[in-house]
Design a protein around this ligand. Structure first.
Ligand code: IPE
Ligand code: IPE
Ligand code: MG
Length: 236
């Protein structure tokens, strides 16, 4: 570990909106799918680095509920990459203690991808290092509506509904709220990612395009985070 890594205090949970793959490819005269491929490599390597660093939770936005509006060719290339990613995660993360999970809807994904998710989650359930959560067909509004429907279905009484109960119905129920949300590519918005959970998250934006994002950028973000004063509405 080098000095720059030693001088940081890690937050518990970092979430990333992996954006800019298309622009990365365009800059190089490549098809957008090439950007997505590089993006997939970047997250695989970053997850390994985060586990080595000792981070507890890393959550990444891989495919949003709105990304279905993209051209079919692009959706197909993204789904192929997700499929590939899931296919040999055991091999990819062989030496790591990474627990992989997903959040999001499963009912609109191809059945082999759903199988891949279930297999991956099961095969990695015993790991005790980094909890690596991929948001696939995830959207916060959809997650909140799903939670409301479940609460009604379960006949929960009005007086029993509070923040803790509501949170227990979200896909992220077993994750702490993110401390730090990172969005590369220059956009400064959440794009329907973890809206409830991000209430008091610190946000860090950068112009780096996702395929170029490395652990050094994350360390830069953590250093900025370390200087922030989180007040949660109180007074320090
Ligand atoms: C992020 O890159 C990947 C997904 C949204 C699935 P984009 O595909 O959004 O790339 P840009 O924003 O067009 O550059
Ligand atoms: C957010 O990026 C979704 C993911 C990174 C998976 P988008 O590229 O879809 O978001 P907008 O359209 O710029 O808001
Ligand atoms: Mg984008």
């Amino acid at each position: 570990m080098n000095d720059s890594k030693n001088s940081i205090t890690l937050p518990d949970h970092i979430a990333i909106i992996m954006d800019g793959n298309g622009r990365w490819a365009k800059k190089r005269g490549l098809p957008r799918s090439a950007g997505h491929r590089q993006g997939a490599n970047a997250i695989q390597n970053l997850a390994i680095e985060c586990d080595k660093l000792g981070l507890k939770y890393l959550t990444v936005y891989a495919f949003s509920t709105e990304n279905w509006t993209r051209p079919q060719k692009e959706i197909d290339s993204l789904m192929s990459l997700i499929r590939e990613f899931l296919e040999d995660t055991e091999k990819k993360f062989e030496k790591q203690n990474i627990r992989i999970r997903t959040i999001g809807r499963l009912d609109r994904l191809e059945s082999d991808i759903v199988e891949g998710i279930k297999r991956t989650v099961k095969n990695n359930a015993q790991k005790t290092g980094l909890t690596f959560t991929m948001a696939i067909d995830y959207g916060s509004r959809d997650e909140i509506i799903h939670a409301v429907k479940q609460i009604i279905k379960n006949g929960i009484k009005e007086e029993d509904i509070n923040e803790e109960l509501f949170n227990s119905y979200l896909y992220t129920h077993d994750l702490p709220y993110p401390d730090l949300i990172i969005r590369p590519s220059g956009e400064q918005r959440l794009s329907n990612f973890l809206l409830w959970q991000a209430s008091y998250s610190e946000l860090w934006y950068s112009n780096i395009l996702w395929p170029d994002f490395r652990i050094k950028h994350m360390i830069e973000a953590i250093k900025v985070y370390n200087k922030r004063e989180r007040r949660f509405g109180g007074i320090k």
